[in-house]
Ligand binder design. Structure first.
Ligand SMILES: [Fe+2]
Length: 165
């Protein structure tokens, strides 16, 4: 069992991390398209995923807002933002390292699988952290985003498979 302070610290950090991942995911799709690594079908699917990532970012910002106004939690918005930029930066570096010098479509799609897998695990942990707080709306939001991330992951796996068929 974590203390109340630990729970709040965990919440701040993890909310920031998912925001950072959502931002990095949106940038990644733009970059992969600009590098011409996503072709027709996967390009439009990736754009759909990108749109949902932007909606997720907004919804999580609302959760941050609600927790910052909650007298029992008083989430520190600056700490969330710090965690978000740190994670965004790390994720962007990971993408560069993963793609290397001469990336092909299969590698680009596998990178998207990696990114979505990371999102799924972070939302799983965030859901568990949220269960320590009495905020049904936040928990419902996180659960519904988690479902969509699981869908994104299987979409990306299918795209990666079809690139090698
Ligand atoms: Fe996603």
């Amino acid at each position: 069992m974590s203390s109340k302070k630990e729970n709040i610290d965990n919440l701040q950090k993890k909310l920031g991390e998912v925001i950072g991942l959502e931002r990095a995911a949106q940038k990644a799709v733009d970059e992969l398209i600009a590098m011409k690594l996503l072709k027709s079908g996967s390009k439009s699917e990736a754009k759909e995923i990108q749109k949902e990532a932007s909606t997720h970012e907004e919804k999580i910002q609302q959760v941050v807002d609600a927790f910052s106004k909650d007298e029992n939690v008083k989430l520190d918005v600056n700490k969330v933002e710090e965690s978000a930029s740190e994670t965004e930066e790390k994720a962007t570096k990971i993408m560069k390292t993963y793609l290397g010098e001469n990336p092909d479509t299969a590698e680009a799609l596998e990178f998207l699988c990696l990114a979505e897998g990371g999102e799924v695990s972070h939302y799983e942990v965030l859901k568990t952290i949220c269960e320590n707080f009495d905020n049904k709306k936040a928990l419902t939001t996180v659960r519904s985003i988690l479902k969509e991330e699981q869908k994104h992951l299987s979409q990306c796996i299918d795209m990666a498979k079809s690139a090698v068929q």
